[in-house]
Design a binder for this molecule. Structure first.
Ligand code: SF4
Ligand code: SF4
Length: 285
C-alpha cells in the first residue's frame, strides 16, 4: 500500500481540485483529508458519514465548587487570565496545570478537552477519512496523525493499494505529521511570488524527510515568466516539474457542481493534462 501526499504550502493553488480529480481517476484507494483546520474535500465528495469519533488532544482545568473556599490563589496564579469568578473560561485555559498544582483545597482537576472530531465516510469515489478541529483548537498535527492512522487501517482491512492524502497548508506541525512516512509528495504550486516561496520551503521539508518529490505548476499560463523561474529553480535542485496545467474557468464551474474537472468535462485540455499527471504520479509511485 502506497501513500501519496498532495500539498501546496499556501491556499488557492488548486490543490484540492487536483486531489479530487485523482480521487476520481485512481482505483482501489482511500482518501484522507488532512487539511483538518479547513477541510474542503467533503464539499466535493459529499461523504456519507458512517463513523464519528471524538478527538481529545488537550486538558483544561475544572473547579469543583463544593471544595473551593474562594481563596483566589488560582486566579492570581493563572497567567492566561482564564479564571473569572471562580470559574474556568475554557476558551482561555491553556491547560498548563498551575492552578491544579497550587490549589490548597485540591478543588481543581484537569479534564480531557474535546478538541474536534474525525469521521469515516463513504463517497462516490470510495472510503474517506476526514476531520474537523474545534474552534480555537490547536494540536492539528495530532489530528492529522489520527486521520492517517484511520486511513491506513481501512486500507489494510479493505485491501486498498493507495492512500491519497490532501495535505494541510503551511510547513508546520500538521504538515510534518502528513509527510512522515509517505511514499511521494506532489507539490501543487502556482506562478506567483508566494507560490514559489512556499514551494521552496516545502521542497526543503520533503528533502529533510527524504521523500520522493515532484512539482505541478497549476494555472501556469497566468504568469509564464514566473513559471519559467519555478521550472529553473526546480531544475537547479533536481526536482522534476511533471505537469503544467493551464488556468481554466471550467474547473470552478465543476467545483460549483460538486465535481472534479475530469468528471465535469473529461475531454477538456485541463482534464487531459490532469490525466497525464496522474499517469506520471502512478509511474513514480
Ligand atoms: S485556589 Fe482552589 S480553593 Fe482557592 S479559589 Fe482557586 S479553586 Fe478555590
Ligand atoms: S490550567 Fe493553567 S491556563 Fe488553565 S486555568 Fe489553570 S492556570 Fe489557567
Amino acid at each position: 500500500m502506497k501513500e501519496l501526499l498532495i500539498i501546496s504550502g499556501k491556499g488557492g493553488t488548486g490543490k484540492t481540485s487536483i486531489t479530487a480529480a485523482f480521487a476520481a481517476l485512481a482505483d482501489n484507494k482511500v482518501i484522507a483529508d488532512c487539511d483538518v483546520d479547513a477541510a474542503d474535500m467533503h464539499l466535493l465528495l459529499q461523504p456519507d458519514v458512517k463513523e464519528t469519533h471524538q478527538f481529545y488532544a488537550s486538558k483544561v482545568a475544572e473547579i469543583h465548587e463544593d471544595k473551593c473556599v474562594r481563596c483566589g490563589k488560582c486566579i492570581e496564579a493563572c497567567r492566561f487570565d482564564a479564571i473569572e469568578d471562580f470559574k474556568i473560561n475554557h476558551i482561555y485555559c491553556e491547560g498548563c496545570g498551575v492552578c491544579y498544582r497550587i490549589c490548597p483545597q485540591n478543588a481543581i482537576t484537569m479534564e480531557d478537552s474535546l478538541s474536534g472530531h474525525w469521521f469515516v465516510s463513504e463517497t462516490k469515489h470510495g472510503p474517506m477519512v476526514h476531520a474537523k478541529l474545534g474552534i480555537a483548537e490547536e494540536n492539528s498535527g495530532k489530528l492529522v496523525t489520527e486521520v492517517r492512522k484511520a486511513a491506513q487501517k481501512i486500507a489494510q482491512e479493505q485491501n486498498k493499494s493507495l492512500i491519497i492524502i490532501d495535505g494541510p497548508p503551511g510547513i508546520g506541525c500538521p504538515v510534518i505529521s502528513s509527510i512522515t512516512g509517505v511514499d511521494m509528495v506532489l507539490i501543487v504550486t502556482e506562478p506567483t511570488v508566494a507560490g514559489k516561496h512556499d514551494l521552496e520551503r516545502i521542497i526543503k521539508l520533503a528533502n529533510h524527510f527524504d521523500v520522493k518529490t515532484a512539482v505541478c505548476i497549476n494555472k501556469y499560463d497566468l504568469d509564464e515568466r514566473k513559471t519559467l523561474e519555478i521550472e529553473n529553480y526546480c531544475k537547479s535542485i533536481g526536482v522534476d516539474v511533471i505537469s503544467k496545467i493551464p488556468f481554466d474557468r471550467k474547473v470552478i464551474d465543476a467545483l460549483i457542481k460538486g465535481l472534479s474537472i475530469v468528471e465535469y468535462e473529461e475531454t477538456s485540455q485541463t482534464a487531459s493534462e490532469i490525466k497525464n499527471l496522474w499517469q506520471k504520479v502512478q509511474n513514480m509511485l
